[in-house]
Write a protein that binds this ligand. Structure first.
Ligand SMILES: [Zn+2]
Ligand SMILES: [Zn+2]
Length: 660
């Protein structure tokens, strides 16, 4: 199959491909060499080299490929068993559909002080480039990474069939060879993938690295895969990987991989390029009970050598420091559209392969006896924006009035004034009751009662009168959400860090000190109820503050519109007549929407806490989707004041810029 220019894992050429077939081989070889020489000796291109090499390298072995029939030594097996036990990753098996991660990177070229100098003795040259990334992974083999460094954005993805990359300087290009995972995922981010790839590894012995005694496991890319990744100009000779597992902790603490490429022009002697990348993997922390690495350093060394070079080997070094900010499993609403390669890469596909990848490509006329196909996943993706961190973007055109997606809350709670008139779980309005059953919370359905059973049981063990009074007298609503979340964590239906992915409000020391009373009341309610210590370990003042800081700017005030949501006009009329808010809730995806005083999307609630995100007007593919966090009918100054006090930013949307 003819593919586009290969996804080179070395620095790449920014000149246009010569499309003349007869001279293609020679010219692509010339371009390859020219680009490498010019890039390696031209400091202006540092950022391109950094992004090309460190940005989104692939790992040569897929965790989902069939295991090769190699003999697995019992030592390797023991090391992997130790690793899976240490990370606790078995509990994710079969349960994780997708993983979402965001993080930061800092990249720099490193001065070469003699090829034998140790990398710790050399420092970065020039400025180090800062950046951030968003990563989606859908099990198995589908992934997407967007990385912005120094104002340049690189996107790479895999739809399970082809891996591709898009850079500002060469556009989109497909990877040669089979689909492989992102190397970043193997850097301690996905322990299941680590154990899957290394389960067929060879045990190499023990080695002390960075002061840690490690067991060393080795993997090699097989010959067919290397051949697939080669072409007429560049031949992949070998690609080996070493994983260093701490003897004490069992964790993967160091990952090294190295590949050798032979570049040969017709009638001349070959040049060899060796690229070695080594990563320290650190800062393991638990996410939903599984140990995930949250930081580390990678260094890459590219060495060029060969008979036709007058000088000795030429070496280029670079370094990256990375941290993971947020990581979450099974984020709802992840669209398969995320993983569709750019159009240029799609041209490589035979047409008949297209239909499974997206609802957009489905054959238009299904058999008559077949039910109407489900509308498919929501047409959105979460990505980094230039101004406001994360944002939500349309992956295709969305019609005015279309329901974009729905969202269930992570945590919700009725307001104290509605507590006897709405469902304690879904906030649906209930019929008035006789006074005899007035004192207890109620549910709209067996289903809601069932879903609340465990955390309500925890809640009922404690006396909340002092805490509720504290909320009522001060008119506080967020501490009620904290109480609900605490009960959910104690009962095991939520993890203590489930909100960490959301942006926290920045709190003044005054605000923090005011939270002390709420925390003491919450803690004493649990203590008087004699909750078991091991269940309460998470409940620290810092946890209380962290959670409250997230509720502050991510909670939605739930006002039920009732009636049919399909008619926007009747909805607008209904929302005027509706009563005060029935409660508050926090959601995952809706929290990623940025604000606009003239929004293109709005969030509404019809009869319960489940939110609906609807398009207010026609939205083009690629456009950012924004909601209005406040009452949009307020004037300019009032909006600015509320947004600054409540959300900590000055709005510079088009409407605000125009002075309206
Ligand atoms: Zn309900
Ligand atoms: Zn504005």
């Amino acid at each position: 199959m003819n593919r586009l220019a290969p996804l080179s894992e070395e620095p790449t050429n920014d000149e246009e491909e010569d499309n003349n077939n007869s001279s293609k081989k020679v010219s692509s070889w010339r371009n390859w060499l020219k680009s490498h020489f010019s890039l390696l000796f031209n400091k202006k291109s540092d950022l391109k080299i950094l992004l090309s090499v460190l940005g989104c390298p692939l790992f040569p072995i897929s965790p989902h490929a069939g295991q090769p029939n190699t003999h697995v030594s019992s030592s390797a097996e023991y090391i992997i068993q130790h690793f899976t036990a240490a990370t606790g990753c078995r509990k994710l098996e079969g349960k994780v559909k997708n993983v979402f991660a965001t993080g930061k990177v800092r990249m720099a070229m490193v001065d070469e002080l003699g090829s034998s100098g140790s990398s710790t003795a050399v420092g970065p040259t020039g400025v180090s480039q800062k950046g951030c990334f968003v990563m989606w992974q859908m099990v198995p083999d589908k992934w997407l990474i967007e990385l912005v460094v120094g104002g340049h954005k690189v996107v790479a993805g895999s739809d399970g069939n082809v891996a591709w990359r898009h850079t500002p300087w060469i556009g989109a290009h497909a990877a040669k060879g089979g689909v492989r995972p992102l190397r970043r995922v193997l850097q301690g981010l996905d322990p299941l993938a680590v154990s899957a790839v290394f389960s067929s590894a060879q045990y190499m012995g023990e080695k002390r690295i960075m002061g840690v005694d490690c067991f060393v496991l080795k993997l090699s890319a097989d010959h067919t895969d290397l051949a697939d990744r080669s072409d007429n100009t560049a031949e992949m000779i070998k690609h080996v990987i070493f994983g260093y597992f701490s003897q004490r902790s069992g964790l993967l603490v160091y990952l090294e991989d190295s590949y050798l490429t032979r570049i040969q022009s017709p009638g001349s002697r070959p040049t060899y390029w060796e690229t070695t990348m080594a990563t320290k993997i650190e800062d393991y922390r638990t996410v939903e009970g599984v140990m995930i690495a949250h930081g580390g350093q990678s260094s890459a060394i590219i060495t060029r050598f060969g008979d036709n070079l007058k000088v000795g080997p030429a070496i280029t070094r670079m370094e990256e420091t990375w941290t993971i900010d947020d990581l979450a499993f099974n984020v709802p609403g992840l669209s398969m559209d995320c993983f569709i390669p750019p159009e240029e890469v799609q041209k490589d596909y035979p047409e008949e392969n297209l239909d499974w990848r997206s609802p957009l490509h489905r054959t238009p006329t299904p058999p008559e006896n077949e039910k109407l196909a489900s509308p498919g996943p929501p047409p959105i993706r979460v990505s980094i924006t230039e101004m406001a961190g994360r944002g939500v973007f349309a992956t295709r055109r969305i019609g005015s009035g279309d329901l974009i997606h729905t969202a269930k809350p992570l945590v919700s709670h009725p307001s104290l004034s509605s507590i006897h008139s709405v469902c304690y779980f879904c906030l649906r309005k209930l019929k008035p009751v006789t006074s005899s059953e007035d004192c207890n919370v109620r549910f709209c359905s067996q289903e809601c009662e069932e879903q609340s059973k465990v955390f309500v049981a925890v809640e009922r063990k404690a006396d909340w009168s002092a805490y509720d009074d504290y909320c009522r007298t001060r008119g506080l609503k967020y501490p009620l959400l904290v109480k609900r979340l605490a009960c959910m964590v104690v009962s095991g239906v939520a993890s203590a860090d489930c909100l960490d992915i959301l942006q926290p409000a920045s709190l003044s020391s005054e605000m923090i000190s005011e939270m002390g009373e709420g925390f003491s009341l919450l803690q004493s309610a649990f203590m008087k109820a004699k909750a078991r210590d091991e269940c309460m370990a998470f409940l620290t003042e810092q946890w209380y503050i962290n959670v409250l800081a997230r509720f502050r700017i991510n909670s939605f005030r739930i006002e039920l519109a009732g009636g049919s949501y399909e008619d926007l006009h009747s909805l607008a009329a209904a929302s005027v007549e509706t009563e005060a808010a029935v409660g508050n809730a926090v959601y995952m995806l809706p929290s990623f929407y940025n604000h606009d005083c003239d929004p293109n999307v709005h969030i509404i609630w019809i009869d319960n806490v489940n939110a609906r995100l609807k398009a207010l007007r026609e939205i083009e593919a690629g456009e950012e989707l924004r909601i209005c966090y406040i009452d949009a009918s307020m004037d300019h100054d009032a909006r600015q004041t509320i947004l600054f006090q409540g959300f900590g930013f000055r709005c510079s949307c088009l409407r605000c810029s125009s002075g309206d």
